[in-house]
Design a protein around this ligand. Sequence first.
Ligand code: SF4
Length: 345
Amino acid sequence: MSQPAVDIMERHQRDVLLSVKNLRTWFELRRLGFIRVGHVKAVDGVSFDLEAGEALAVVGESGCGKSTLARTILGLNPITEGRIHFDGMEAVGGYKPMKAYRAGMGFVQQDPYGAMPPFLTVKRVLEEPMLIHGIRDRGEIERRITESLTELKMTPVDDYLNKYPHMLSGGQQQRVVIARAKILEPRLIVADEPVSMLDASVRVEILQLLRTLQLSHNLAVLYITHDLSTVRYFAERIFVMYAGKIVEKAQVNQLLHNGSHPYTQALLAAISDPDASNAEEYREIPPGEPPSLLNPPDGCRFHPRCRHRMDGLCDQEIPPEFTIAQGHVAACWLYRGRDPVERGD
Ligand code: SF4
């Protein structure tokens, strides 16, 4: 699919929609309900900006914190530390400010069937967010429903309005969920593994529909996935997350062709059909499992699995981000001769 003509880095400097600064989302763990065991550090010091109209993918293994990051941005998890600003509002406060903060965001969940009340028809599923947010005009409600379903290629619209979720295929269910996510005309859609529960035959189609919506409405999309092979269909920039931290940030082509962090290289090696000319240079996936987020390793969290580990450095000091190229950074001591990125927290 074509990339937008606007230069990504140029746009980066002029229209920040979402700003995440030094975000920590920790969950207190208690045994027997009252003995404090510690904190699960699901998101631990994450910072980035997302531009209006930009598609950004966050990639990592299950349990790396990417879904917690998405839910914290959506206001569904409390912030332990750090700040999130979205479209001029901060993710703090009670019911009313958070309702206003969330109104500009749509959420596409992993499980489309579970995301919809089974006793509501498609029409009621799509009406509900408008009624919650005070849109009462019947003409406006029907216009938005028709427009959204048409954009999601669910036509003739009348064939779907009175169907219940169980009467739809998985791909159709996910289209309804996407239609609901955009019905309030948000500026950001957070899509958390939106195709991982769908048949392989419809995954690319759903991603292409999301991409078309993103470009035609200048929507920003935060695309959360464990599947690096799907990001080329969709995103402009990509972050790789490991054990609660972002370890590499790059534009998609930079990352696919020059993934620099050893963990990114392991993910690239795991793609069955890599679109990277030097993919054969990548070695096998390192042994072991991601660490416990209750008690993550000191220093670089990847060091117990890393074949490039430098004892006395990697196991003791947290690596800062080093510049690989313009718009491309990696948090790895292998690049310590390069410029460290200044933290703007
Ligand atoms: Fe490997 Fe060290 Fe880089 Fe971590 S900082 S990825 S342990 S080389």
